[in-house]
Write a protein that binds this ligand. Structure first.
Ligand SMILES: Nc1ncnc2c1ncn2[C@@H]1O[C@H](COP(=O)(O)OP(=O)(O)O)[C@@H](O)[C@H]1O
Ligand SMILES: [Mg+2]
Length: 365
């Protein structure tokens, strides 16, 4: 996977222009608030996922414009491909000039992994971020998973609206059907996430051992009322259905469903203790990086192509041995690395250097 060029117009604060990166390391540096993260965000949108900053599509259109356009020429599967994104109120996309029914359909064509300081929330915050990580990673691997998630969401919304109506005195007819539908859809999500975790865990362990120089072990597990990554799907379905029935009174009182894939979590542990609670800053940062690098290594195994790495301001807060490990690890990938001061990185890696100032990108060497 290689980006040849990206054109942008009306996207955040980026000045209309063209960006032609090198095939190895691209260092993008500049002061705060100049547009470094905006550039990575523009590249990221071509994965078909939502902004890694959690921004709404419409927020990415430049303040003084009503439409943004991004074009990406990239090499994948041995040929050059062209993708386009147009954002007004929402995002639409084309590939090879042909409109896609939804920008989500870009998923699986252009593949990237991103790591930014905001991703620390993956460890620090509640389970939602971790579910999003699993779901977005698995969508890049198996684009059909988008539909499974959408089906689940639909079943959840419908069951919730029935619960509210029962709470407000409506009939409870049909709840059994929605219990079954939701248990089924939840099992599909469970199957995807646990399959991914079984795959991810050995890769994460290996990378974390590298980053920490073998002094610690990291382990991830699926934490769900349906079971864990070793549970058979039939059992998971039965567990879900049983608990939906057991919690029916609570759910009616609450007006929403308290059992299912939307409540699950990924537990991340160092020496069998949750990193979220007991980990130091450095351990948390290294744990997130390990998850991200492991995600990239699985994509590589599966597709034969190394995904593009978008590393937003990651090196600044790591000690030199951890920096060295990461820079060695990503040797041979196409990397977009942002920082305030390029000199230490440049000494270590070489690569092409771009300066960004008030959204204007200029190549320096
Ligand atoms: N929709 C938008 N239109 C124009 N400017 C924007 C928009 N969204 C954010 N910005 C500007 O982009 C700048 C932040 O860019 P960012 O890429 O986050 O900076 P950094 O270089 O620190 O990573 C801020 O000056 C912000 O005002
Ligand atoms: Mg930034």
């Amino acid at each position: 996977m290689l980006v040849n060029r990206m054109e942008f117009d009306g996207f955040r604060n980026l000045k209309t222009g063209v960006f032609c990166p090198a095939f190895d390391i691209n260092i993008i540096y500049g002061k705060n608030a100049q547009g470094k993260t905006n550039l990575l965000e523009a590249l990221w949108l071509f994965t078909g996922s939502r902004s890694f900053r959690g921004a709404k599509d419409s927020e990415t259109v430049a303040f003084d414009r009503n439409r943004a356009e991004l074009k990406l020429c990239f090499n994948s599967g041995g040929r050059e491909q062209k993708a386009e994104i147009f954002i007004e109120k929402r995002r639409i996309a084309k590939i090879g000039g042909i409109p896609l029914s939804s920008s989500v359909k870009l998923s699986g064509r252009f593949r990237a992994v991103v790591f930014s300081p905001a991703h620390l929330s993956l460890i620090k915050d509640g389970p939602e971020e971790r579910r999003k990580f699993l779901d977005s990673a698995y969508c890049q691997l198996r684009p059909a998973y988008h539909k499974i998630l959408a089906d689940y969401q639909r079943a959840l919304v419908q069951r919730n609206s029935l619960l509210k109506s029962i709470r407000d005195g409506g009939s409870s007819a049909g709840i059994d059907i929605w219990d079954e539908k939701l248990a089924f859809a939840s099992t599909q999500v469970f199957a995807a996430r646990t399959a991914y975790i079984r795959r991810l865990n050995p890769a994460v362990q290996k990378i974390y051992a590298g980053i920490s120089r073998g002094s610690e072990t990291l382990n991830i597990k699926y934490d769900s009322c349906a079971g864990d990554e070793t549970t058979a799907l039939k059992t998971a379905y039965q567990n879900l259905l049983l608990q939906l029935k057991q919690k029916i009174d609570t759910d009616i009182a609450a007006g929403f469903t308290t059992v299912g894939a939307h409540r699950d979590d990924l537990s991340v542990e160092i020496k069998s203790k949750p990193v979220r609670i007991y980990g130091s800053q450095g351990q948390q940062r290294s744990a997130v990086l390990s998850l991200k690098l492991a995600e990239a290594s699985i994509l590589k195994e599966e597709t034969g192509e190394q995904p593009v790495a978008l590393l937003d301001d990651v090196l600044s807060e790591l000690d030199t041995s951890r920096q060295d490990y990461i820079l060695n690890h990503i040797n041979g990938w196409q990397v977009f690395l942002t920082c305030c001061d390029p000199s230490p990185v440049y000494r270590l890696t070489g690569g092409r250097v771009f300066k960004i100032e008030q959204g204007q990108i200029t190549q320096e060497h």
